[in-house]
Design a protein around this ligand. Structure first.
Ligand SMILES: CC(C)(COP(=O)(O)OP(=O)(O)OC[C@H]1O[C@@H](n2cnc3c(N)ncnc32)[C@H](O)[C@@H]1OP(=O)(O)O)[C@@H](O)C(=O)NCCC(=O)NCCS
Length: 151
């Protein structure tokens, strides 16, 4: 952590995730646009970080194989978001680390993500590597597939 923030990290429900996903990743869009396919699957888990009891950051992990990768045991990281006033304080790093530690416990070998161009440096700092060429997700922008071997 860069500054001493008193935070708590725990697993949260798909409904709780929306409170951060919406303002950060789907600004001005309806709730339906903030619900991802797979949010409710039993293999999916959602991580939240709380400051003074308020949820300020979220990330979700879903079992999903990307055709670019051969590993059988893959998870996709989705919906990584920290409320704007809490960004760049190390909270994203903390929820990513927590989620990865749960994946390692599950025996998952690799985690990948469709990363927004502006967030690629954040993932690089967390030891993710780009695979392949950039691509466009309509209405959101340029993305890169990034990945990390976990064990
Ligand atoms: C990307 C995001 C989740 C990172 O969380 P965070 O709590 O701000 O990140 P941290 O403070 O743990 O780490 C920040 C580090 O990543 C780097 N970084 C690069 N691009 C960044 C970006 N767009 N946002 C935040 N950090 C970024 C910073 O330089 C910083 O490095 P430093 O520690 O050497 O200064 C958060 O900024 C966010 O919600 N951004 C908007 C939504 C988004 O783009 N989500 C990703 C979708 S793929």
């Amino acid at each position: 952590m860069k500054e001493q923030l008193n935070f708590k990290i725990e697993l949260i429900s798909p409904e709780q995730v929306i409170a951060v996903r919406q303002p950060v990743l789907r600004k001005g869009k309806p709730i339906e646009a903030c619900i991802f396919d797979g949010d409710d699957l039993p293999t999916t888990f959602h991580v939240g970080i709380f400051i003074n009891g308020s949820l300020v950051g979220v990330v979700s992990f879903m079992e999903n194989k990307h055709p670019l990768f051969e590993e059988e045991n893959q998870y996709q990281l989705r919906g990584m978001a920290v409320l704007e006033s809490y960004q760049f304080k190390g909270l994203g790093y903390e929820i990513l680390k927590y989620g990865e530690s749960l994946l390692i416990k599950k025996g998952i070998k690799m985690c990948w993500c469709n990363a927004r161009e502006i967030a690629v440096d954040f993932y690089r700092k967390n030891n993710y590597t780009i695979k392949g060429d950039p691509f466009l997700i309509p209405e959101i922008g340029i993305h890169y597939v990034i990945h990390k071997n976990l064990q």
